[in-house]
Structure formats: C-alpha cells, structure tokens
Design a protein around this ligand. Sequence first.
Ligand SMILES: Cc1cc2nc3c(=O)[nH]c(=O)nc-3n(C[C@H](O)[C@H](O)[C@H](O)COP(=O)(O)OP(=O)(O)OC[C@H]3O[C@@H](n4cnc5c(N)ncnc54)[C@H](O)[C@@H]3O)c2cc1C
Length: 262
Amino acid sequence: MEILEYARPRSMDEAFRLIRERHGTAIGGAAWLRTNTKTMALGVDLAGLGLEYIREAGERIEIGAMTTYRELETSQLLKARFGPLFEATVSHVVGIQLRNIITVGGTVAGRYGFSDLNTTLCALGAKAVFYPGQTVDLADFIEKGAETPFLLEKILLPASMKASYQQMRISENDFPIINTASAWTGSDWRIAVGSRPAATRLCKKAMSLLGDDPYPSDEKIVAAAHAATDELQFGSDIRASASYRRETLHVLIRRALMEVRG
Ligand SMILES: Cc1cc2nc3c(=O)[nH]c(=O)nc-3n(C[C@H](O)[C@H](O)[C@H](O)COP(=O)(O)OP(=O)(O)OC[C@H]3O[C@@H](n4cnc5c(N)ncnc54)[C@H](O)[C@@H]3O)c2cc1C
C-alpha cells in the first residue's frame, strides 16, 4: 500500500469532507488496507477522532468505529450484557497483536465475506451510524453497501441479548469456512450466516419458522436449520465446497439455537 497524501483530521466534519469531497480513503486499523498493493491518493487516518469506546447510551450500547477487536474481546460491559459472545466471535482472528489493531469500523465498512464479527452484529440486529447522523440496519448495509463514500461513526447494539456464535475453521487462525450466530431478541429469533464464502445474510425463512416461541422444540430447531440451509446460496473455494459448507452449517445452526434456548 502506498499513500501519496496522508491526513489526520481533528474533527468528524473534516474527516467526512476529505472522504466525500476529496475522495479520501478512511484508514481504520489499516491491517486489511495494507494487504493490497494499490496506491492511495489520500489516506484519512481516523485515529485522532475519539472513536474508541464501548459505552452505554440509554437503551443501547454504542461501539465506536475505531474500537479494536481486543477491546471487544475483553470488554466487561459486553461480557455482562452478552456473555462470552464477543470473545467467541473474535478470539479466532489470528493473534492478539492483530486483534489490537483491527477495528470494528474497518470490518463493517469492508463487508468482507469471511467476517466473523459481521455475522454476530447482524444476528444482534445492530445498527450502523454514518456521520453526520444516518442510522441504518447493519444487515441491510452488509447486503447492499452504500452508494456514496461514507464515514462510519459507530455501531448501536441492543442493551443485552441471549445469543450464540458458532464457526468452523480448518485450522485455527485461518478464515472461517462457515459461521453463524443466533439470537433471541425477547420477541423473536434472528439467525445470521456468513463465510458462505459470500458475506453475511439473515435467514428470514428460518427466523419466521421459529416464530415467537422462546423454547422451540428440538424438531422445530432441526426444521429451522433445514430452512436456513435451503434459503441461502453457498459457494466453493480453496477452503471448502458448497456442499460441505451446507452440511456443516446445519450442525452449527442447531448448536447455536439449542445453546440460546437452553
Ligand atoms: C492477516 C489478516 C487475517 C484476518 N483474518 C480474519 C478472520 O479470520 N476473520 C475475520 O472476521 N476477519 C479477519 N480479518 C479481517 C479483520 O477482522 C478486519 O475486518 C479487517 O482487517 C478490517 O479492519 P481494519 O481496521 O484493518 O480496516 P482497514 O484496513 O483500515 O480498512 C478496511 C476498509 O474499511 C474502510 N474503513 C475503515 N474504517 C472506516 C470507517 N470508520 N468508515 C468508513 N470506512 C472505513 C477503509 O477505507 C477500507 O476500505 C483478517 C485481517 C488480516 C489483515
């Protein structure tokens, strides 16, 4: 990665203007950006904007775009509200050194197919807040992206939720070959699946099949796993075939739903 001009804005306004008007590239942890060999005309480093936080805000929890995976993994607030969910989601990502660098903002903005975190965020019904104040459903953003250059400011989560993250990797620290997260919102179920190897999608048919019953039977859970694997598309790549992904996912969805149901 070569950066021809580097800017470190002091305000969100300035960062947004550089991205929107001068086509600057936002720099989060730069762990992913530096893996490509492109030349960046203008790099806009978001490090000085105070976007590193995990905090309560009324009925929600806010996570700033520059929050690192290690901060998610070790946050006592997230642990108190979601149990070991965030630790389970990010702890397989390479090593602590990398998790100290990579950011929530770079992950959501990138909409990567292999993402562990985006699957959990979609299952929780997270919202993405774009500066200067547009809030969108994060699962919608992962599916459709944005039409114009954007600056992601933070993620909004519900105050707490019972949820489970499950993944399969051929070897620890590699990308997942399939992953899923399930959550009981208090009134309905949410199921998200990522690394198909395409990006995370919600399993809407499986979610509606489970309905509003917090304690679905084992049979209903198996039926939901079938519905999810039927409604999604899977692909083959160097890590796994589409059919291997589909078979594995069936087991992971059952595990996740049973863990949340208890
Ligand atoms: C070696 C390696 C292994 C990895 N393995 C895994 C894995 O197993 N599982 C997994 O889930 N992930 C994995 N990742 C990806 C990682 O989790 C992050 O998703 C990725 O590195 C992006 O985060 P970043 O902070 O590095 O973003 P950057 O590299 O800084 O940015 C990535 C993109 O997001 C844009 N961007 C960044 N912040 C913002 C913002 N606030 N607003 C708008 N746009 C923004 C940038 O312009 C760029 O296009 C891996 C990454 C690396 C480098």
